[in-house]
Design a protein around this ligand. Sequence first.
Ligand code: GAR
Length: 188
Amino acid sequence: MTGLKKIKTAVFISGRGSNLNNLIKFSKTKKSPIIIDLVISSKKAFGLKYANQHKIKNKIINFKKNKIAEKNCLTILNKRNIKFICLAGFMKILSNDFIKKFKGKIINIHPSYLPKYKGLNTSVRALQNNEKFSGCTVHYVAAKLDSGKIILQKKVKITKNETVSSLDKKIIKEEHKLYRAAVLKIFN
Ligand code: GAR
């Protein structure tokens, strides 16, 4: 795909940004249908360094007041003609109104094999319940948390002596592959 034809995409983050970095790298490959044009962070997050490294426009938007925050997001999204949004460790909940404005155009990655373990601390809960596997899921964002239509998901085995940290490491590795595959699946 040529740069001109790629779909202008924004990535929303709140933290470390490894999925953001993965999406940026992917977007620079020939086969990527998307180009990362904007990064929005709900706080001064570590992940913003990847946006800066790659000279991608980025903005911190304070989500203490959700309505105002979403209005500010929409202003910049429209100004930059963004057509697609990838949530990548974005820890705020978007309102139904906002989601409607980008209907079918917002996707999220979640560190569990949905519909199991929606919400936070997914690996802690999976281990507490002696699950045999966890995983990750890329799904469309719907008004109900972690409940939109699933695009792709991948199981990750939980082994003997697994810790939260070892499980999280295995999952994040799979997340990076899954996010790329999900974007390709949507646009190809
Ligand atoms: C990832 O594991 C992602 O699936 C999860 O946060 C982590 C962000 O890591 N997202 C959620 O829990 C969303 N509810 P990253 O900042 O290194 O991409």
